[in-house]
Design a protein around this ligand. Structure first.
Ligand SMILES: NC(=O)c1ccc[n+]([C@@H]2O[C@H](COP(=O)([O-])OP(=O)(O)OC[C@H]3O[C@@H](n4cnc5c(N)ncnc54)[C@H](OP(=O)(O)O)[C@@H]3O)[C@@H](O)[C@H]2O)c1
Length: 317
């Protein structure tokens, strides 16, 4: 499949409109349930075969395991992929603790060395701050990132989960090439002001979670129960979950009319949302990825988009 590439902002890099995230592949069972390393590697390689070139990871995903698998899977094909990873979330000190945030100069430089080693590369294409760190001045963080850029260890600088005020402050100290916010049919807040802000400044947008952790595949019902990360996710709880299921059922009729699966409709909506450069989804096995990749290479009509928007507004998510 020939996949048309899009410029990643001002970086000079070009990416497919759909990319693969490797969070679940980290294999931390309480987070994402069971994953199999061989399937994960096959999925990454299948993505390259399908013409996708953006791969996203982070040291916190399986405490390095996701990066290791990604490095292994792209060996020999490094030049055909864009490798994105992150810094700023440190391993928890005890079971159940949220990862402490740290974007200090020394911590970023040390984290970067670890990521380069695990990814088996001498240059990270896109290096992103995972979450803002309120304890570290953004000037110090940017100093670390621009130092790494000058050293040739990273090519482009990205921020994830930052507000546009925080992006504006960071931009005073160096180039911000890319933002990674959440965006799916069920989580559209970033589309209100954040994505337009980036669009106006030619900052690339890599939208994460276009399937809302699988909810938008249409495979769940009221009787579904969750033991992984979804067990505490508000989208999967109580009335909101039931409303989401009703919304998905209505969206499914549009997917069926277009001859697509629900996943493909959700992927298409996110990847072609105005201002989005690339949508990164998760897939645990090649069959999921193959289905999802059918979400690009075609366009929703304006009428379809309007009908979808009306359903989403009525769904109130
Ligand atoms: N920067 C951040 O803070 C941040 C946060 C979240 C994610 N991300 C990035 O975005 C990536 C994607 O996030 P995500 O994994 O939450 O996204 P997602 O694409 O919304 O959900 C992926 C999950 O949905 C299920 N799925 C996918 N395709 C399917 C199919 N065709 N049929 C049935 N089930 C299917 C799989 O889980 P099951 O098989 O278990 O149902 C899969 O792991 C991450 O890997 C990460 O790189 C970044």
């Amino acid at each position: 499949m020939k996949v048309k590439r899009r410029p990643l902002g001002k970086t000079g890099l070009e990416v497919s409109p759909l990319g693969l995230g490797t969070w679940a592949m980290g294999g931390h069972v309480p987070t994402w349930g069971h994953v199999d390393d061989n399937e994960s590697i096959a999925t990454i390689q299948q993505a390259i075969d399908l013409g996708l070139n953006l791969f996203d990871s982070a040291p916190i995903y399986g405490l390095g395991h996701s990066e290791e698998l990604l490095g292994k899977a792209v060996r020999g094909r490094r030049e055909s992929v864009v490798l994105a990873t992150k810094c700023g979330l440190l391993p928890p000190n005890r079971e159940g603790q949220l990862p402490p945030r740290c974007l200090s100069f020394d911590s970023i430089l040390s984290e970067c060395e670890g990521s380069l080693r695990r990814l088996r590369t001498d240059r990270i294409d896109l290096y992103q701050c995972h979450w803002p760190d309120p304890e570290t001045p953004i000037r110090e963080t940017m100093q670390a990132l621009t130092t790494l850029q000058k050293q040739g260890k990273i090519r482009a600088i990205g921020l994830s989960n930052f507000s546009y005020e925080q992006i504006a402050t960071a931009s005073e100290y160096g180039p911000i090439h890319c933002l990674q916010p959440p965006l799916s049919m069920l989580q559209r807040r970033s589309a209100e002001d954040l994505i337009p802000y980036c669009q106006e400044r030619d900052i690339a947008v890599i939208a994460y979670g276009p399937l809302c952790k699988g909810l938008l595949t249409g495979k769940f019902s009221e009787s579904s129960s969750f033991e992984d990360i979804r067990a505490k996710d508000p989208e999967f709880l109580g009335d909101r979950f039931r409303q989401n299921l009703r919304t998905v059922e209505r969206l499914r009729t549009i997917a069926q009319r277009l001859g697509k699966t629900m996943s493909q409709l959700a992927v298409n909506w996110a990847a072609n949302h105005p201002g989005v450069t690339c949508a990164i989804l998760g897939a645990k096995r090649p069959s999921q990825l193959t289905e999802n990749a059918g979400g690009i290479g075609w366009a929703l009509s304006d009428d379809d988009r309007m009908e979808i928007d009306a359903i989403l507004r009525e769904g109130g998510s």
